[in-house]
Design a protein around this ligand. Structure first.
Ligand code: NAP
Ligand code: HSE
Length: 431
């Protein structure tokens, strides 16, 4: 029997697209064994035809005209690895409307337009697959959609940004400051020259929106996710965290209860003896809590050309198998429910607050009165070092479980006390 060929149109040949192209050229035979089809690259859209890409066989396929990919009748699957929203989103819709399956690594687009894109795909009976949008080479979307599909997911929880995890690991282990750790991450190529999306939590917010949508089968957009980055953390916070038996991680959590879904990305104190606390460097880890399978942990590379290529080609192979089996239609699992999204102010957890206060009798009593009036009880207090030039002391409080709304009100009121010179950092403590 003749081998069916599946034509791939590639939008982008940068870090990830270059990895995808190279792997298709180098691993043709094993992709054939895995998919049952001969996977062939047709056209490759780039901006600059003259850029050196280090892949000889690629130069004849390059084009700067998107229609060479999107309208090519020999392209069955469009792989979108351009990045950014414009023009990637339009190209994805155009590919769908031209009856092509789409594989994308674009978390920005999927976090904002995922439900709309999947609906369009369903209407055209094509598939849109997006494993590479979350946690690079670590499988998480497909296991949620297939292997855990009989479960009710209770929570997803983890580390889904490698750049910030590298920075926080260096701050925790070696006591270096945020800016020095960031400069090092940039030098190593982990952080972009403009690191805003990573350090402000935006990248993790996109990924959590996608993850929560799939896990809870309901649309969750990036705008539904509470987002706080790591830029306010200081080396002092890491000293206190270690002293109290915690480490600090940028966590992404989405949890569902009877009242709805709460999704949040922020730094958190994590007990040092948990699995998540031990995930260091650029690695990612996601724990899924379910009703049937219990807790399942996924751990691995969250970025990089080859790990991300692994996820993209798994989606391409899945699409190819579907085409061969005549099962082309899209699965729009995550549009089936419509669950309420809960605001961060409903959160109830423990809190760490570090502040500088005037060193005089009665200050601690003023602070505890503010907290007591808001029904926040204190689990522990540490007072350290009087600075004899300013006559200020540093106070660290850990609260018992309290409402986020009460803590936010307390911070406002504490900052207004004449005895409080500065509220340094507030970090949520995860149990
Ligand atoms: P990249 O290195 O910047 O590559 C982007 C590619 O797209 C380049 O080849 C560029 O062409 C081309 N391109 C961009 N805009 C274009 C336009 N308007 N017209 C034509 N070509 C255009 O980006 P990347 O790191 O590969 O990331 C691609 C996607 O994968 C993003 O959505 C990203 O979030 C996602 N992702 C990346 C990683 C990672 O580790 N890098 C991991 C997971 C997911 P030129 O080469 O000619 O400039
Ligand atoms: N910048 C991301 C990270 C990788 O540091 O995890 C791409 O999603």
């Amino acid at each position: 029997m003749a081998t069916r060929t599946i034509g791939i149109g590639l939008l982008g040949a940068g870090v990830v697209g270059g990895g995808v192209a190279r792997t298709i050229f180098e691993k043709g035979k094993s992709l054939l064994y895995a998919s049952g089809a001969s996977i062939e690259l047709r056209n490759v859209l780039v901006r600059d035809l003259h850029k050196s890409r280090g892949i000889d066989s690629l130069s004849d396929l390059l084009t700067t005209n998107p229609q060479d990919v999107l309208e090519n009748p020999e392209v069955d699957v469009v792989v979108e690895v351009l990045g950014g929203q414009v023009p990637a989103k339009d190209y994805i819709f155009q590919a769908i409307s031209n009856g092509k399956h789409v594989v994308t690594a674009n978390k920005d687009v999927m976090a904002k337009y995922g439900p709309e894109i999947l609906e369009a795909a369903h209407a055209k009976q094509v598939r849109v697959l997006f494993e590479a949008t979350v946690a690079g080479g670590t499988p998480i979307i497909a296991p949620l959609q297939r292997d855990l599909s009989a479960n009710e997911v209770i929570a997803v929880n983890g580390i889904i940004n490698g750049t910030t995890n590298y920075i926080l690991t260096r701050m925790a282990r070696d006591g270096i400051d945020f800016l020095d750790a960031l400069a090092e991450a940039q030098g190593l190529g982990y952080a972009e020259p403009d690191p805003t999306n990573d350090v402000e939590g935006i990248d993790a917010t996109y990924k959590l929106a996608i993850l929560a949508s799939v896990a809870f089968q309901t649309p969750v957009f990036d705008s539904n996710v509470y987002c706080e980055g790591i830029t306010k953390l200081t080396s002092r916070d890491f000293v206190y965290a270690a002293e109290l038996g915690y480490t600090i991680k940028l966590i992404a959590v989405a949890r569902k209860d009877v009242e709805g879904i709460q999704a949040r990305v922020h730094p958190a104190f994590i007990s040092s003896d948990t699995m998540i606390a031990k995930v260091d460097g650029v690695l990612n880890a996601i724990e899924i809590e379910t009703d049937l399978a219990g807790r399942v942990l996924f751990h691995g590379q969250g970025a990089g050309a080859m790990p991300t290529t692994s996820s993209i080609l798994a989606d391409v192979i899945d699409c190819s198998r579907g085409i061969l089996d005549g099962k082309d239609s899209s699965s729009i699992g995550f549009l089936r429910r419509n669950t309420q999204i809960r605001p961060i102010m409903d959160l109830e957890t423990k809190y760490y607050i570090r502040m500088n206060v005037v060193e005089r009798p009665g200050v601690l009593a003023e602070i505890t009165r503010v907290l007591g009036d808001l029904e926040i009880s204190i689990a522990s207090v540490i007072q350290k070092e009087v600075d004899f030039t300013t006559l200020q002391a540093e106070i660290v409080l850990i609260s018992n479980r309290a409402k986020e709304s009460a803590i936010q009100q307390a911070i406002t009121e504490l900052a207004e006390l004449e005895a409080v010179a500065e509220i340094g950092t507030m970090v949520r403590v995860e149990d």
